[in-house]
Design a protein. Sequence first.
Length: 174
Amino acid sequence: MPFVLLLAASFAELPNVTVTYYDVAGRDIAAIHKAIAKAAPKDPETQHVLPATSSWNVGIAVKSVTAGKRCQITGATLTFRGSATMPRLRPDKDRPVPVATAFAAYAAKLEARQAAQLAFAYERLSSVEQAIRGSRCDKSEAAADAALGKLQAAERAAFKPDEQSQPKLEELKD
């Protein structure tokens, strides 16, 4: 079942997201496509161009108390950090307005997809916290790693970085 992008429409809706832009130019859609193909990041496995990417990591601080020889986890603080790479269209006074408008709509779709991907992870961090809280003190790191691994696998399944699932910058209709 495909994942529906309802989680977050923009990076501003998420905490601690850093966006890095790469500049593209062009006065028509074909030229912009070429600029994206040249400047965009590539999928490390397939080497296909990915117009936008995102990733995340989580800082974890475990709180515990020890009474005698017994250690008990009392809490965990998780700090989410996201990053994204997005295209940005350089200004050009000679670019037709419909081309700029089409790119703006495309960039919004790219951001919505990447924000949803980051939100997918962010909104499921409670499962990582639960795994930590449910573990023994000496096993909390392994529990966190296992829970993060499951979360990463679920994210990869929901958001495949293939060309078919990426938003498209469509040619303009006459």
